[in-house]
Design a binder for this molecule. Structure first.
Ligand code: ZN
Length: 510
C-alpha cells in the first residue's frame, strides 16, 4: 500500500522504517539542493531488482501528495503525469525516464543487507560513494531528477509522463511488461547517461541464443585417468562495451584446445564449463577429460605448445592468458559419446564470435557482434549461450540464422532457442530530441556537445516496441564504474546536467 500519510518534503522523510532528518543528512549543502535531497531520500530505500515495491509506493505517494495522476502496475513500474506549464499546455508530451532498481554488490567482507538496508552515502572529494557497496547512482540520478521536476513549480516544461521502470538491471524486465497504452508521448528523455559533456543518441539491440546439443553418454574406458584442461587469466570484460578490444574468449579457445586434444585415440570428455554471465566475455573455461595414463605427458606438452601459440596471438589483449592440463580424480563412469563430443567442439570453434561488422555511419562504433558467453552441461544436454548485439535488426537476426544453420549442419538433434530480444535504438541525425538537446547545450554552455552512440543494448530500445516512432535522447552527470563497488557520482557535475535538463525542457515547446 502506498504510504498515504507521507508529506513528501524532500528533507524530512518517513516511509516505512526509513526515517531521516536534515541533521544527519550526508549530502546537505550540495547543489542543487532539491536534487540531492531526493537522491539521499531514495538512496535510503532498499531497492535491488525485484525489491522495488517500497520505492515505487514511496514515489507514488510523493506524486499523489502533489495531486499528480499516478499509474502503478503489478511489477511496480510507475507512470506519473504532470500537465504542461503555462504556454506549454499543448506542446508534445515528453516521457521522462529512469529506473528505480539498482545493482546490489558489496566488497568482500562487507555485510550489507540489501533487502532491508539503504545505501550508506559518503562524500570523498568531488564524488559520492556507497560504503563498501554499489552507490546506485545508476539510476538514482534519473529518479532524483524526475522527482525534482515533478516537485518544482518554476520550471517551464511540456506535458510530462514520468516513467520509472523496475528490473532494468536484470534483463530490462520492467520495460518488457510496461503497458504502452498508458503512454501518449512520442518523445523520451532518459536520465541514465554518465557523461555531462555529451548527449547519448542511440544504442544497439540484442538477443541471446541457446545452442543445445542433446547429451548421449558412452562408457568410460577402464583404466583411464582424468585431467582438467583449463584456460584462464584472460582479460574478460563486458560483452558489449569491450567487444572492440578483440579480447580472447575462453570458451572458443577451449574449443581450439579440445580439437587438438581429441586427436588422442580414446580420449573422452567428462564435463565442460565456462563463462559467468551472458554479458561477460568469458575469462575462464575448462573441460574434464579422460585419457590413457601413458598419454598424459605427451598431451601436456602438446597443450603447452598450443598455449604458447595462443599467448603470442593474444599477447596484447590478454597478457595473462594461461593454459594447463592437470591430473584430477573423477569417479565418472561415462563420457560424452564421441559424435557428441565432436559436435560440441565444432560448435565451440564455429559459432560466430567477436566483432561481426562496424558502423559506416558513426566513427569507431561496432555495429554487430557476438559473444559466446556460457558453456555448460548436465545429464540431458550441452548448452552454449551467445549474446548478439547489433544496431541493425536484420543483421542481428542473420547471426541467429547462421547459428541455426550451424545446428542443422551439426545435426544430432541439436537446436537453437532465442530469448531476451530487445530492439535497437537507431541513431537518427535528424532527431528533434537531438536538435533540442544540442540547442539547449549550446545555450547553457556556449559550445556543442559530443554525441555518443553505443554498441550496448539498453532498456530504451524496448520503448520502440511500445511507441514505434519514439524519438529519444539521454543525458546525465558524470559517474564511473557503475555496477561495481567503486561506483561513484561526481556531484560537481550534477548542477550542469540540471541546467541542461531545464533548458531542454523549455526547448520542447514545439
Ligand atoms: Zn545499470
Amino acid at each position: 500500500m502506498p504510504d498515504a500519510q507521507m508529506g513528501g518534503g524532500q528533507m524530512n522523510v518517513s516511509a516505512g522504517n526509513v526515517t531521516r532528518s536534515q541533521n544527519n543528512s550526508v549530502l546537505a549543502g550540495l547543489e542543487p539542493a532539491l536534487f540531492f535531497g531526493f537522491f539521499e531520500e531514495i538512496s535510503a530505500i532498499p531497492r535491488g531488482s525485484f525489491n522495488e515495491k517500497r520505492v515505487s509506493d514511496h514515489i507514488a505517494a510523493f506524486a499523489r501528495a502533489r495531486g499528480l495522476e499516478v499509474y502503478q502496475d503489478g511489477v511496480w513500474n510507475l507512470v506519473i503525469k504532470k500537465p504542461g506549464t503555462p504556454g506549454y499546455e499543448s506542446a508534445p508530451t515528453l516521457i521522462l525516464h529512469g529506473h528505480t532498481d539498482i545493482v546490489c554488490e558489496s566488497d568482500e567482507g562487507v555485510e550489507h543487507d540489501f533487502l532491508n538496508e539503504g545505501i550508506k552515502l559518503r562524500i570523498v572529494g568531488d564524488f559520492i560513494h556507497g560504503t563498501g557497496t554499489t552507490l546506485g547512482a545508476d539510476n538514482t540520478v534519473g529518479v532524483a531528477f524526475a522527482m525534482s521536476v515533478l516537485a518544482s513549480d518554476d520550471i517551464a516544461h511540456p506535458p510530462l509522463e514520468v516513467v520509472l521502470t523496475v528490473q532494468e538491471e536484470v534483463g530490462k524486465g520492467g520495460a518488457q511488461v510496461l503497458d504502452g497504452s498508458k503512454l501518449s508521448g512520442t518523445r523520451l528523455l532518459d536520465m541514465n547517461w554518465h557523461d555531462p559533456k555529451s548527449l547519448f543518441a542511440g544504442c544497439a539491440g540484442d538477443i541471446s541464443a541457446r545452442f543445445k546439443i542433446p547429451l548421449k553418454l558412452t562408457e568410460r574406458i577402464a583404466g583411464q585417468k582424468a585431467a582438467v584442461l583449463r584456460i584462464s587469466g584472460l582479460s574478460s570484460g563486458h560483452s558489449e562495451f569491450d567487444i572492440h578490444l578483440e579480447r580472447a574468449n575462453a570458451i572458443v579457445l577451449l574449443g581450439r584446445l579440445l580439437r587438438l586434444a581429441m586427436k588422442e585415440t580414446g580420449l573422452g570428455i567428462i564435463g565442460v564449463s565456462g563463462g559467468v554471465n551472458r554479458y561477460v566475455i568469458p575469462g575462464e573455461a575448462e573441460a574434464i577429460i579422460s585419457i590413457d595414463p601413458s598419454r598424459i605427458a605427451a598431451l601436456q606438452s602438446a597443450i603447452e605448445a598450443e598455449g604458447k601459440t595462443l599467448a603470442t596471438e593474444f599477447s596484447v589483449s590478454d597478457p595473462a592468458l594461461k593454459v594447463s592440463l592437470v591430473e584430477t580424480e573423477s569417479v565418472s563412469t561415462a563420457v560424452f559419446a564421441p559424435e557428441v563430443a565432436k559436435a560440441m567442439v565444432s560448435a565451440m570453434n564455429l559459432l560466430p564470435n567477436g566483432v561481426q561488422s562496424r558502423s559506416l555511419v558513426v566513427d569507431n562504433l561496432v555495429e554487430s557482434s557476438n559473444t559466446v558467453a556460457l558453456l555448460s552441461c548436465d545429464q540431458e544436454r550441452i548448452e552454449i549461450v551467445s549474446t548478439i548485439p547489433s544496431a541493425v535488426s536484420s543483421r542481428r537476426y542473420n547471426i541467429v540464422d547462421r547459428i541455426r544453420e550451424l545446428s542443422e549442419v551439426i545435426g544430432l538433434g541439436s537446436s537453437v532457442e532465442t530469448f531476451a530480444d530487445c530492439p535497437e535504438w537507431p541513431y537518427n541525425p535528424n532527431s528533434r530530441m537531438l536538435a533540442a538537446g544540442r540547442a539547449a547545450y549550446a545555450k547553457e554552455f556556449g559550445e556543442q556537445p559530443h554525441v555518443e552512440v553505443s554498441h550496448s543494448s539498453l532498456e530504451l530500445g524496448l520503448f520502440r516496441k511500445k511507441v514505434p516512432d519514439i524519438d529519444m535522447l539521454s543525458i546525465g552527470p558524470e559517474a564511473f564504474d557503475v555496477h561495481t563497488t567503486r561506483e561513484r557520482l561526481n556531484h560537481t557535475t550534477v548542477a550542469a546536467t540540471w541546467r541542461l535538463l531545464k533548458a531542454l525542457l523549455s526547448e520542447l515547446r514545439t
